[in-house]
Design a protein. Structure first.
Length: 331
């Protein structure tokens, strides 16, 4: 029995989602992430959310499109409800987006950006990677009975605790109407995920290309998203600028998704891995920049090591997929 057979996929996803969403992104560098408090809060939030999203997707028998929508719902719960960064004008990570795009008490550009980020990076990519590592369990539920109820309870308690904690730490308490607004948006994403057809992402008329194409496609798409949400706000004029950025950003995401609607039935795990790697490549390339960024007030030591470990693990997964493909050919 190999080591993979002794570690359930749910446990891997539990720790992988926060490792990508917070650690690899640099939002919580190693000295912040690898603490009892950081690991507990972030694992319950990201890992619990990713597990619940996947279980909903499996039980609803949905595809990649619904997975993205469920990930967006998670992003609203984290940023709109738990930490209230959607509404707090002094949220430390906002930068210019604390004023650029703020209207009716909502940081609109930030809200759209973080919803997209969590949908793709925090939820969809970790789930795809773990399913690639456990292909024999890809269509199975990973949580049942008390384990499912326990994860749901821990996730809910973590969100409520975070809402209380961040209110005290940041000194900002969202209004009831703001909490209600975020809750409604999260519910709408959930409803859309339930309504979207499983085969929506499949386009039988578009043949599949080589995996390298999809790696470059998602990488360049990620670069474009960074340019739209983090460069344009510093360039376009304030009057009308935020609406322009939001429209361009949403249109870009829809265009990128449209480009990934191909004949998935003729694709391989190498194609899925290429999409994941391309989506993470910007974060991987930014790890050395983050470590030596003198403008950051937090301790970013260890970010290069985080990036190298991530590359190593992705290469191991590629080797495993390649070995599995070779066995299928020879069998």
């Amino acid at each position: 029995m190999g080591i993979k057979d002794r570690i359930p996929p749910a446990l891997v996803l539990l720790f992988l989602s926060p490792a990508i969403g917070e650690l690899l992104s640099g939002s919580s560098p190693p000295n912040e992430y690898f603490t009892l408090f950081g690991l507990t809060i972030l694992t319950a939030l990201y890992g619990g959310g990713a597990l619940l999203v996947r279980e909903i997707k499996i039980r609803w028998k949905k595809g990649a499109g619904s997975l993205l929508l469920l990930g967006a719902s998670y992003g609203v719960i984290e940023e709109g409800l738990m930490v209230a960064s959607w509404f707090n004008p002094n949220w430390p990570d906002l930068g210019i987006m604390g004023v650029f795009g703020r209207w009716l008490g909502v940081n609109w550009v930030w809200a759209v950006d973080l919803t997209i980020y969590h949908a793709v990076v925090s939820i969809t990519v970790p789930i795809m990677l773990v399913e690639l590592a456990y292909p024999e369990k890809r269509g199975q539920a990973w949580l049942r009975g008390r384990w499912l109820h326990g994860v749901a309870a821990v996730f809910t308690l973590d969100v409520l605790f975070g809402l209380f904690l961040f209110n005290r730490v940041t000194g900002y308490t969202p209004e009831s109407i703001q909490i209600g607004f975020a809750f409604i948006i999260a519910a709408l994403f959930l409803y859309a995920a339930h309504r979207l057809g499983r085969g929506w992402v499949v386009n039988l008329n578009r043949p599949v290309r080589r995996p390298l194409y999809y790696l470059l496609y998602t990488f360049l798409g990620s670069v474009a998203c960074v340019a739209v949400f983090y460069i344009l706000p510093n360039i376009v004029p304030a009057p009308g600028g935020p609406l322009f950025v939001v429209v361009i950003g949403v249109a870009l995401i829809l265009l990128l998704i449209r480009g990934l609607r191909f004949n998935w039935r003729s694709s391989t795990d190498k194609h899925r891995l290429a999409i994941c790697v391309g989506s993470l490549m910007v974060l991987l390339l930014l790890t050395p920049i983050q470590e030596f960024d003198k403008n950051r007030i937090d301790d970013t030591r260890g970010m290069i090591a985080v990036g190298l470990v991530a590359v190593f693990l992705l290469l191991l997964l590629y080797r495993e997929i390649k070995r599995s493909d070779a066995l299928k050919v020879n069998s």
